[in-house]
Design a protein around this ligand. Structure first.
Ligand SMILES: [Zn+2]
Ligand SMILES: [Zn+2]
Length: 338
């Protein structure tokens, strides 16, 4: 089978590999769509923990074509998406349903081979059926949508709450889609340039702020006087995080949903201390696939225009370059297989 392999940081190639066989408890999925995530660039650049050589890709959909054990045979032929969490299902964290905290946790696309290939191996306990009215491409987007749902849930966001999202990357835009569906209001999206703010407005953002032209904190005081209920940093950038802590109402929440690349950062602790802020880390989707797919199937979350570029696996260099440069109008590149 064809698979993209990052042999070591900086070296990405298309390889002909042996088609993997699923062990017991796992199934083999014939990949139909695999979206390129900014995190995959971090794997390519060696900025995030990964086991090289690795086939990246954690935003995927496909059809199950083989099962590792008898009890999973019912999955064969089904359209699916699924969790990337490979866990023991036995430890205390697993018993609480907190797979990400499993002592044996391994993530597909980072520690185990992922979706930039014709076939991939995934655990059957994380599978979720993809309804016929959700395309494979949209199915692959259930993963980042799930990150948004998980973040809003962890932040305690409620119907009628105000929201500010810093960053208009695909995670920022997924947050916007999810927040709109759950009835948050007066939603502001801020980004350095206007480049993606038009998309945010199309998707229903009440206000957008291009921070190269306007001061975020000042503008936000006009839009949400008294402060914002929930603030999400979807950038992982120091100056954005510093500003995010100045936006919430007293007792409000800041969710840090951007990867900081191991950087040490300065923040004003008193922003948190004096205003009794709750600051949470939000780096993954906490098993929200089922909810994400249901919202999409029922047409409640519209991220239809996210897959701006559909490309074949052979054109991986084009895909990665697009994800890195993010030209005007680009949101996500998705590898598609016939
Ligand atoms: Zn991702
Ligand atoms: Zn466990």
């Amino acid at each position: 089978m064809k698979a993209i392999v990052i042999r070591k940081p900086g070296q990405m190639i298309l390889e002909d590999k042996k088609r993997p066989e699923p062990p017991a408890g796992f199934v083999r999925v014939r990949v139909k769509a695999a979206a390129i995530c900014a995190t995959d660039l971090e794997v390519l650049d060696g900025n995030i923990a990964a086991s090289y050589p690795i086939t990246p890709g954690h935003e995927w959909s496909g059809v199950v074509d083989a099962a590792g054990s008898e009890e999973d045979c019912a999955w064969v032929g089904k359209r699916v998406i699924g969790s990337n969490d490979v866990v023991c299902l036995k430890c205390d964290a697993c018993r609480r349903g907190e797979w990400r905290y499993c002592s044996d946790f391994e993530e597909i696309g980072f520690k185990r081979d992922g979706a930039y290939a014709e076939y991939m191996i995934v655990p059957s306990y994380g599978l979720c059926e993809l309804p016929d009215n959700v395309s494979f491409v949209h199915g692959a987007l259930c993963e980042p949508l799930g990150v948004a749902l998980g973040t809003l849930e962890k932040a305690g966001a409620k119907f009628g709450d105000t929201l500010a999202i810093i960053g208009a990357g695909s995670i920022g835009l997924c947050m916007l889609a999810a927040a709109g569906a759950m009835g948050m209001r007066n939603i502001v999206v801020a980004a350095t340039t206007e480049k993606r703010l038009g998309i945010a407005r199309q998707m229903g953002a009440s206000h957008t702020i291009a921070t190269e032209k306007y001061d975020l904190v000042e503008e936000m005081r006009k839009i949400h006087p008294g402060g914002t209920d929930v603030v999400i940093d979807a950038t992982g950038i120091e100056s954005c995080i510093q500003q995010s802590l100045k936006l919430p109402k007293k007792g409000g929440v800041v969710a840090l949903a951007g990867y900081g690349r191991g950087k040490m950062m300065h923040i004003c602790v008193d922003d948190i201390h004096l205003n009794n802020l709750r600051v949470i880390g939000a780096g993954n989707n906490w098993n929200q696939h089922k909810k994400a797919v249901a919202l999409m199937a029922e047409g409640l979350v519209n991220i239809e225009n996210f897959a701006t570029n559909r490309i074949r696996l052979e054109k991986f260099e084009t895909g990665m370059a697009l994800a890195r440069k993010r030209p005007e109008g680009f949101v996500k590149a998705v590898f598609v297989h016939e």
